[in-house]
Ligand binder design. Structure first.
Ligand SMILES: [Zn+2]
Length: 258
């Protein structure tokens, strides 16, 4: 059969928080901040919080789970942990594998070999289960890009603060860029440039709550995403409704929320 397929992303625009840590919010904050007309993709960081993330995703139709081992939490027992991760993906059918990646900054570079090994194993799981990934990448872009070229996952680079040239290499591999409250900081020049340069084509929204606090705040909140949206609208010269609609469409393309 031939013909067109027209996607009307404006019919049902929805704010999609593609990267948050709901298990780290207090129960009171969670109750007060979760909104029924938004979607939340909540990350895990290792075996210690997989169960909490699984319980959250089962508790509400608009909470979606990502399971993975964060590069800060790789350990030498990761082989056993990976077989548990595989079993959990099989049973829970999460939306993504995350938060995973590479962090070669000074405080984490001691584990770089182990990080690469565990990350590659998780990219294999992503391929086996046909799942997108949510990536944490710090000072490891060349190694990361080489691995993405080899394994070809789909996904998002969360909180990417890179040059336009570097971001372009991720975009060329089909990746979207996760933008959060850092874009509200006056000195976040790279983040501003990425939004101004790429417009909305390659951007998805995230709060990273409670980890990223807005300027002047002590902690991050889920509703910070509203101010992030307003700032993206300002930087890209677009309407707030368009930011919500297009970023939501981008997020849906990657994560296939059901
Ligand atoms: Zn995160």
């Amino acid at each position: 059969m031939t013909g067109f397929f027209y996607v009307c992303y404006k019919c049902n625009p929805m704010i999609i928080d593609t990267h948050c840590h709901l298990d780290l919010l207090t129960a009171d904050d969670l109750y007060a901040e979760l909104m029924p007309d938004r979607r939340y993709l909540t990350m895990s960081t290792g075996m210690e919080n997989w169960q909490a993330v699984s319980t959250l995703a089962r508790s509400s139709a608009n909470i979606y789970a990502a399971f993975g081992i964060h590069p800060w939490f790789v350990c030498t027992q990761s082989d056993n942990v990976l077989s548990e991760l595989s079993a959990l993906i099989e049973s829970d059918k999460p939306t993504a594998i995350g938060e995973i990646g590479l962090d070669f900054s000074a405080s984490h570079s001691h584990s770089r070999h182990l990080q690469v090994q565990v990350f590659e194993q998780q990219l294999t799981l992503a391929a086996d289960f046909k799942l997108p990934v949510s990536l944490h990448v710090v000072k490891a872009h060349e190694v990361m890009l080489a691995l993405l070229k080899r394994y070809r996952p789909q996904g998002v680079v969360h909180s990417l603060g890179a040059s336009i040239e570097l971001a372009r290499r991720y975009v060329d591999l089909g990746f979207k860029i996760g933008v959060n409250g850092i874009v509200l900081r006056d000195n976040a020049r790279r983040y501003h440039q990425l939004v101004s340069y790429f417009g909305l084509d390659h951007i998805v929204l995230e709060s990273d709550a409670p980890n990223i606090a807005l300027p002047g705040a002590k902690t991050g909140h889920l509703h910070d995403i509203d101010r992030t949206i307003a700032r993206i609208a300002e930087l890209s010269g677009l309407q707030i409704d368009d930011v919500i609609a297009v970023s939501g469409h981008n997020a849906q393309q990657i994560f296939q929320f059901r």
